[in-house]
Design a protein around this ligand. Structure first.
Ligand SMILES: [Zn+2]
Ligand SMILES: [Zn+2]
Length: 229
């Protein structure tokens, strides 16, 4: 087995805050993930607008044609809005959506590789999709990256069904090291204890409270940030 320095690299390619020079902002969320185990790129969510998304991905010197998978957390425009442009540029990309949204996506996109996900699956070495959780309006899934230390990095879209659902699911398997994305109305803050890297961004309603309560663990997430885990 090869020795890896890092397991994953995560580039923030869509949000509306604090852009690094030459990156564009917009309402929504998307993160580009490089998996060092497989040397593949995956995209988690696609933000609201395809042109902003493609611009920001290209800023990391990555071509859309080099991305293997796209995982859509849930069927809201600020997460799935950029998908059409991605499919146009990469017809062989594999798309994973919550099973409850499978028909909706299949109707809109005549794309051969759309997969509906119900239960947790491993899509490639150390990349897991949580399986869908039902919220009051929609179903949602998140992305679990398992590091060489056997810890999880969790990427979430809006976490509408409740962020703790995803944390509990991951913790049933292993320790959670980091969580990044939209926490929406999440306020069961005790679930964040013990997580080293808390990257609340996008739609996190209690952003300031989380930042003040977990000053050591809280990380400000900006468009154009690039993290190594
Ligand atoms: Zn959102
Ligand atoms: Zn949403």
């Amino acid at each position: 087995m090869k020795k890896l320095k890092h397991s994953f690299e995560i580039g923030i390619v869509y949000d509306d805050k604090c852009p690094k020079p030459d990156f564009l902002t917009g309402f929504g969320f998307s993160a580009l993930v490089y998996n060092n185990f497989t040397e593949n790129y995956s995209l988690f969510d696609t933000g609201g607008k395809g042109d902003i998304l493609v611009h920001n991905i290209n800023k990391f010197n990555v071509e859309i044609s080099n991305i293997k998978n796209v995982i859509i957390s849930h069927n809201h425009h600020d997460h799935a809005g950029g998908l059409a442009r991605i499919l146009q540029k990469n017809p062989s990309i594999q798309v994973y959506v919550p099973m409850d949204d499978f028909n909706a996506f299949s109707k809109v996109f005549s794309h051969k590789h759309i997969h509906g996900v119900s239960e947790m699956i491993e899509i490639e070495e150390n990349l897991f999709i949580s399986g869908q959780f039902k919220g009051s309006f929609n179903s949602e899934q998140s992305f679990f990256l398992k590091t060489k230390e056997n810890e999880f990095i969790i990427l979430v879209g809006c976490a509408h069904p409740g962020l703790e659902k995803f944390i509990i699911k991951a913790r049933n398997i292993s320790r959670v090291r980091a969580i990044i994305g939209g926490f929406h109305g999440f306020k069961n803050f005790s679930y964040l204890k013990g997580i080293e890297f808390i990257g609340a961004c996008h739609c996190s309603k209690y952003y300031n409270f989380i930042r003040e309560t977990f000053p050591e663990q809280f990380k400000r997430i900006c468009v154009g940030d690039y993290f190594f885990f």
